[in-house]
Design a protein. Structure first.
Length: 55
């Protein structure tokens, strides 16, 4: 278990360093793309396109 947590912390540190090197504009673009991707996945799971309408 200690090995897995060490790997997870190393991956997290590497991701944080990569993220902090990105410009604010690029961070915004990445966040928007991830949000749209998650909305598309949610639409596939729900079976409809995400329209903002909830029943």
């Amino acid at each position: 278990m200690d090995y897995i947590s060490t790997l997870a912390l190393a991956a997290y540190d590497k991701a944080c360093r990569w993220w902090s090197r990105q410009s604010e504009r690029k961070q915004s673009i990445i966040c928007a793309a991830v949000l749209l991707l998650l909305l598309a996945i949610a639409g596939k799971v729900e079976g409809t396109t995400p329209s903002g309408m909830y029943y």
